[in-house]
Design a binder for this molecule. Sequence first.
Ligand SMILES: *Cc1c(COP(=O)(O)O)cnc(C)c1O
Length: 374
Amino acid sequence: MNAISRIPLLVAQLPDTDALLPYLREIDANRWYTNFGPLVTRLEQRFAASFAPPPGAPSAITAASGTAGLELVLGALELPTDAKVLLPALTFVATATAVIRSGYRPLIGDVDASSWLLTPETAREYAARHRVDAVMPVATFGNPQDVEAWDAFVADTGIPVVIDAAGAYGNQRVGRRCHVVFSLHATKALAAGEGGVVVSYDHALAKRVRRLSNFGIDLEQGSQVFVAGENGKLSEYHAAVAHAALDQWPVVAARRRAVQARYQHLLNLHCPDLRLQRRAADGIYPILVVLLPEGLHARDLQPELLWRGIETRQWYCPTLDQHPAFSAYVGGPLPVAHDLAERLLGLPFFVDIDELQMHRVCQAMAELTHQVHA
Ligand SMILES: *Cc1c(COP(=O)(O)O)cnc(C)c1O
């Protein structure tokens, strides 16, 4: 038997029972379990206020998941049914499924080689050559999108922008003109099991998002449905978990910051051949992904690392265009995304990771990546 303990890739950490109890007791007393109950209402106020205090706060609308949030805000844009939505090839599949489920067509674009993001500059290039009805940039691996630059993009082009910031709560700000969607999935930095939040300064759009999350029922016009929606609501139980998670957020965020800073220091020290995403060093990240030196494939290293008791994952390989469901939607060559996808490797990263575990990962990575020069 392997005497060395396995270092997991990811350890989800949600609020424990004691932290949930006050909120669950509230639900017991309210007997209100879903349909925009008091916990959901208060949760939305907490989220909105975390971006700006009222009365200048944006609207925050909860959803059953991050993906539901993306679909709802895309629906609320009310684009024509053949609309094309530009998104990056290097992202989780939900970015593309949300576009297709909303009745639109993805337009898969490339990403920047150092930030690994689809940038406003890239979007301007695509918009000059293609029909682009909306852009869905992603805050990839928690790296926030530049909202001022996207606000300027919206002002200049009139093309709406929805930032898929699923894993970037704590890092991603909200622009005046671009809408942002966060996920509360168990694996994200702020986790409630399942859940999502749409945040926007466009309060009329937020209202449409809410209506679509409730089947499209228009409560202000005789409960009629004018535009078909879905059931995308967050339950009071999930809101309870999200409240408890927000209560713990300062501690969790500080710990994630500390782990990220220490890891980055050790990687720079021991693995100078690895490259990290160009992003703020003091961010709060859900995962840690490194770029292997040219000539190395992430999939070739994974068994070697596993043999050393280190779990890893390739993010996001295959890229969107390499999935059969999305291969018809490519907007041109994707050299950067394809190169990154083969060389990006997700390393163990979680709130409780200790110094020894970080050292073991860095030492193994140093051994395995140094071979290139040998
Ligand atoms: C996690 C994630 C999603 C999906 O969020 P869910 O809450 O799981 O639906 C969408 N896009 C990106 C980039 C993600 O990382």
